[in-house]
Design a protein around this ligand. Structure first.
Ligand SMILES: *Cc1c(COP(=O)(O)O)cnc(C)c1O
Length: 489
């Protein structure tokens, strides 16, 4: 066969990679129909489901040389991916930090992928980069940061926190010979990704001081101040304060104003991990609770939590944008066209993050924000704060229930204290019963060695009715366990 014939043969063999209009319509139709069935059945689907094979059935249909039809594949997807495990799209998801998944964002993802704009570099797609910058500038303003701030859309909160740690390291021009004298201040409730970020940034040798918390699980500023003074006196280098707004366990917001003042007086970098809670800056009640967040040097927000978009987008903001640029700027000969093609003074995401080629993330935020406007986001966030307060009041009325402090944001911790049996054993049974019921999902945690249940409200789909249902389910689960335990006796 001559070369042309060979090429033509391969061309036709690879044809199905590029479906024509009819084929596209047909497949899209089936996928859209599936999404409709899924969304319409959300309130009937369990929010958590254990299946016997845990999706293993997928392995029975391996990736093969020949293609299969979409109907078969949607069936595999439904049975082995969507069915088992947690359903974060459900209005009954009160576990961990709930994600939800705006439909408009999903459509934005579709368009981002179909057009496949290159969002890493300004010259390649000035529009895609501008769109991301517009989203970041909007968020910057909502957070009370100045125009000199810079930011980046990351894959999530963990990576955004890593960018913050790296930026803080470089801004202080810390040398490797000093790593072992460097001190970071956290609490026992700081998210584990901060420790990971410190190690990933090469700073595993540095000292991590766990500052005590008060009865509401907020960092004690007095203790922080004392610890910094002692570290200085002992010839260490106090460097970074990590505040949480709020914590994953209890939603507690550290005293941001006081911590900002201490950071200022002592010239430390003040970082706020607002992956869960910073989005509450969009509503007035939230702004009052989060006062002082704007005094941080860097801030993490997670739109895939508090702005309701599907998983895959976090944000790092750095108040002095030059510091972010300094950490992630680069030089490469094969990128020389980029510098000459840039028409305006505009930084590319690739100059502000460790990534180069990446998902065109701006679209999944821009489309929902433009379609709905910001108003509905503000309303939904304020609603979540009130729902948590409502739940807190209701759950306290159940006899035998003990709660943690009044919620700062939208997480409530509580447990049942039985008269006779072991409390941890009882609450373990309680969480299992709630999970097995399947209408709502909550998670548990250990607070001061006590097994506690937590209810976190953050899905845009969660409303009053669902919170009432959670109360009813908790009530009847307690009664059932009491009956079961007394029949054993
Ligand atoms: C969720 C969370 C993180 C981690 O963010 P990911 O997006 O899951 O990587 C960090 N800090 C806090 C307080 C969080 O709630």
């Amino acid at each position: 066969m001559d070369l042309t014939a060979q090429i033509k043969k391969l061309e036709s063999a690879s044809n199905s990679l590029d479906p024509d209009s009819n084929a596209r319509n047909e497949i899209r139709e089936i996928i859209c129909r599936y999404s409709e069935t899924f969304l319409e059945s959300l309130s009937d689907r369990p929010v958590f489901k254990r299946t016997s094979d845990e999706g293993r059935g997928l392995d029975e249909s391996p990736i093969a040389e020949d293609g299969e039809d979409i109907v078969t594949l949607m069936d595999l997807f439904e049975r082995h991916v969507v069915d088992p495990g947690l359903n974060p799209a459900s209005p009954g998801h009160f576990g961990y930090i709930p994600g939800s998944g705006l439909y408009h964002a999903a459509l934005g993802d579709f368009l981002a992928a179909v057009t496949n704009r290159y969002s890493g570099i300004y010259a390649a797609s000035p529009g895609a980069v501008r769109m991301e910058q517009m989203v970041i500038r909007w968020l910057t303003k909502e957070m009370g940061y100045p125009e000199t701030a810079a930011g980046d859309l990351t894959s999530g909160g963990s990576i955004a926190n890593l960018s913050a740690v790296v930026t803080a390291r470089d801004a202080f021009e810390i040398k490797a010979k000093d790593y072992h004298r460097l001190v970071v201040y956290v609490t026992a409730h700081t998210h584990h990704c901060i420790g990971k970020a410190i190690r990933t940034a090469g700073l595993g040798e540095c000292l991590i001081r766990v500052i005590p918390v008060d009865a509401c699980y907020r960092m004690k500023p007095g203790d922080l101040e004392d610890r910094i003074a002692r570290d200085r006196k002992e010839n260490r280098i106090p460097w970074l304060i990590v505040a949480s707004a709020g914590t994953t366990d209890t939603g507690s917001v550290d005293p941001l104003e006081a911590l900002a003042a201490i950071a200022g007086d002592n010239r430390l970098w003040f970082h706020v991990d607002g992956a869960y809670g910073a989005s509450f800056m969009l509503c007035e009640r939230g702004r009052n609770i989060l006062k002082g967040i704007e005094r941080s040097d860097s801030l993490v927000v997670d739109p895939h939590k508090g702005l309701f978009i599907p998983f895959g987008t976090g944000v790092i903001l750095v108040k002095n944008g030059r510091n972010l640029h300094r950490s992630f700027d680069y030089q490469a000969n094969y990128m020389q066209d980029e510098k000459t093609l840039v028409a305006v003074d505009s930084l590319s995401p690739a100059e502000l993050s460790p990534e180069m080629t990446r998902h065109y993330r701006g679209m999944r935020l821009w489309l929902p924000l433009k379609l709905s406007g910001v108003g509905p986001f503000r309303a939904a966030l304020e609603e979540k704060l009130l729902l948590a307060r409502y739940f807190y009041e209701k759950v306290r009325q159940i006899e035998g229930i003990e709660t943690g402090p009044e919620p700062d944001l939208s997480i409530v911790i509580f447990r049942y204290v039985p008269e006779a049996s072991d409390a941890d054993f009882f609450n373990q049974k309680l969480i299992e019963k709630i999970m097995n019921d399947g209408r709502v999902f909550m998670s548990s945690t250990l607070i001061e060695q006590k097994f506690m249940l937590r209810l976190a409200v953050l899905s845009f789909r969660t409303h009053l009715e669902k919170v009432d249902q959670a109360i009813t389910i908790i009530r009847s689960a307690i009664e059932e366990i009491k009956r079961e335990l007394s029949s054993i006796d």
